[in-house]
Design a binder for this molecule. Sequence first.
Ligand code: PGA
Length: 258
Amino acid sequence: MNKKYRKAVVAGNWKMNMSIAEVKPFVEELRANISKHKTCDVVVCVPFVMLSAMSKALRDTSRICIGAQDVSEYDSGAYTGDVAGSTLRELGVRYAIIGHSERREYQHEDDFKINAKVKKALECGLHPIICVGESKKQRDFGLTIAHIEYQVRAALHGVDSEEIKHCIIAYEPIWAIGTGEVATAQQAEEVCGQIRRIIKDIYCAKTGRGISILYGGSMNDENAMTLLSMQNIDGGLIGGASLKPEKLAKIIAATDQE
Ligand code: PGA
């Protein structure tokens, strides 16, 4: 992390876990555990149907922000099952994960759709958390950086120099997600550094320095300290370990290091 230039961000991604009844106790416990750590933005991304309960539970806290796990690329219309950015905003949602590898794989979302979602999210006043990451095969073939560069450039096509300031990039190697096989700090640092270089190439040095880049993929309370000690890793997108408030709080605390 380099807090001189950018914000630390820890975002939990509940995926399709937890229940509406668990939202309030989770928030109470997390809130009690993170009050000391003021320098990190905390986001919890929950299933659509839990957003309302989350919004209610957080009414008197500004320390924790609400995130969605997806957003529609359209304003409104005949898109059964999708949710518009404007509706998310009505519920107090500030962030939206876009292009998670699970949606790329199971919902067949391609880079062009992801780009449309990023642009629509920005138009609605949401902060997109844009996910990129290579498969094991792409890594073995030496294609990691080429693949990441393609994904980042496609996701940000047409995003202007003001809008990029509201974006967060999450580097999530697919082989590390939910597998317990975490990337080494050096592997994660190399790719996050390259993402920063790509942002500098597209925009300018200042924008590259200022964007928060997260690592995701089996990050937990035990390995967070090492990963977050790297210059180009500004936080984490946390799946499994975000379901336990005490674990998430420990990861947040790990962003306190200089
Ligand atoms: P994980 O998931 O921490 O369970 O590996 C991370 C993610 O998919 O965002």
